[in-house]
Design a binder for this molecule. Structure first.
Ligand code: GDP
Ligand code: MN
Length: 381
């Protein structure tokens, strides 16, 4: 789950991170009123779950409250990476002397939170990593001991030669680490961490990604979810207890088990196609899940073919077959469907499907090739 910049900033501010004053607005009027309260130049910032808002025109300086109203009016309703801006953060503007990057990610290789810091902040950290990797310091943290003061100072000195600034930065590293651990983050980022013209080290942007599995025991964090800012199909899938991630391709995948779902996407790619989604209907026997899954997959206009790949273990393939029949009766399909199923109750499933006019096979390779051919009109390699 992603949270908004203003929410991440509230968490960090509560831990002591220096952050310019700001408030959220949903209308241009509110934005003007906030700018008036702040009483200085402000920055109006789109609150969407996407990076690169600055480049997309979603971060704008306003010298007066009237200008804040105009900038908010322009940003509210605009689209950034397909997401409509519904809120803006109006925050006191800073005079920037330098921009640095500070981030913590959960690293699978070391199984630790890893600090990544760079004095070359502000822009894409991926670009810095690709072109000047020596400008990034990576430091894994042992969670048994937490961030040690010497590590925090090392991070601080990687950003600034000056002792006072390095100290200020190292304090912020500790606060960011606390936020990361307390909130169940998989990512926490301050980009840019700036030095302003008065020499203060200040966080101008904040981003946090929360591990969904951490939400049950953190109701206060879970309450930060903003469904209006999320991909509608992913919201629908979550409410139906399906694990679903929208992708850009045209083969709609409906699979049971995360591993098989990954393997299916790999095979779709292997045969020259592109998956429209990751979808794991889970291990339970429930035709309703298939009905919900098909509704979500078919609501994506990019989908040109639907591929079912079911390995019946705990999942009974006859339940899946019944789900397919029920769903397509309710909502006749507009695109072809390719069904592969094998395992528990396979014969019954095949019978149900053939009686209802569906072809099905038990061969995964064959099914994926067929689905790719149908989705691409035979143009794939
Ligand atoms: P992002 O593009 O989504 O990462 O949004 P940011 O909040 O990081 O803003 C992008 C860029 O806008 C920053 O790197 C700064 O260069 C600039 N910016 C943001 N806030 C301020 C501010 O208060 N003053 C000035 N001068 N520039 C700012
Ligand atoms: Mn940023």
């Amino acid at each position: 789950m992603n949270i908004h910049e203003y929410q991440a900033k509230e968490i960090l501010r509560a831990l002591g991170v220096p952050i310019p004053a700001g408030e959220v607005a949903t209308t241009a009027d509110e934005a003007e009123a906030i700018a008036r309260r702040i009483g200085s130049q402000v920055v109006v910032k789109a609150q969407v779950h996407a990076g690169g808002r600055g480049k997309a025109g979603g971060v704008k300086l306003a010298k007066t409250p009237e200008e804040a109203r105009e900038k908010a009016a322009a940003i509210l309703g605009m689209q950034i990476k397909g997401l409509v801006v519904q809120k803006v953060l109006v925050t006191a503007a800073s005079d920037i002397a330098s921009e640095a990057y500070v981030g913590i990610i959960l690293d699978r290789a070391t199984r630790k939170p890893v600090f990544m810091v760079s004095p070359a902040g502000g822009i894409d950290i991926e670009e810095v990593a690709a072109t000047t990797p020596e400008k990034i310091l990576k430091l894994p943290i042992d969670t048994r001991y937490g961030l040690q003061p010497y590590q925090a100072m090392r991070l601080g000195f990687f950003l600034y030669d000056d002792l006072a600034k390095a100290r200020a930065a190292s304090k912020i590293m500790g606060q960011l680490y606390t936020a990361f651990m307390q909130s169940g983050c998989s990512l926490a980022e301050i980009n840019p961490l700036i030095v302003d013209t008065a020499g203060n080290v200040v966080a101008l942007d904040a981003k946090m990604g929360i591990d969904d599995n951490e939400l049950d025991r953190r109701p206060a964090i879970a309450a930060l979810r903003d469904e209006t800012a999320e991909e509608p199909s992913e919201v629908a899938a979550r409410n139906a207890n399906l694990t679903f991630i929208k992708l850009d391709g045209n083969v709609g995948c409906c699979v049971n088990g995360a591993g098989l779902a990954m393997a299916t996407m790999d095979l779709v790619k292997y045969y020259g196609g592109d998956p429209a989604n990751f979808l794991d209907i889970g291990g339970s026997s429930n035709p309703e899940k298939v009905v919900n899954a098909l509704r979500i997959i078919t609501s994506d206009p990019n989908v040109k073919c639907i591929l079912f790949n079911i390995f019946g273990g705990i999942t009974r393939t006859d339940d899946v077959a019944n789900g397919i029949v029920t769903a397509t009766r309710q909502n006749p399909l507009k695109v072809p469907i390719v069904i592969r199923l094998t395992g528990t109750n396979e014969e019954i499933a095949m019978k149900i499907l053939s009686e209802n006019g569906f072809a099905a096979s038990s061969d995964m390779d064959e099914a994926v090739q067929k689905a790719v051919a149908l989705a691409t009109g035979g143009k794939a390699a």
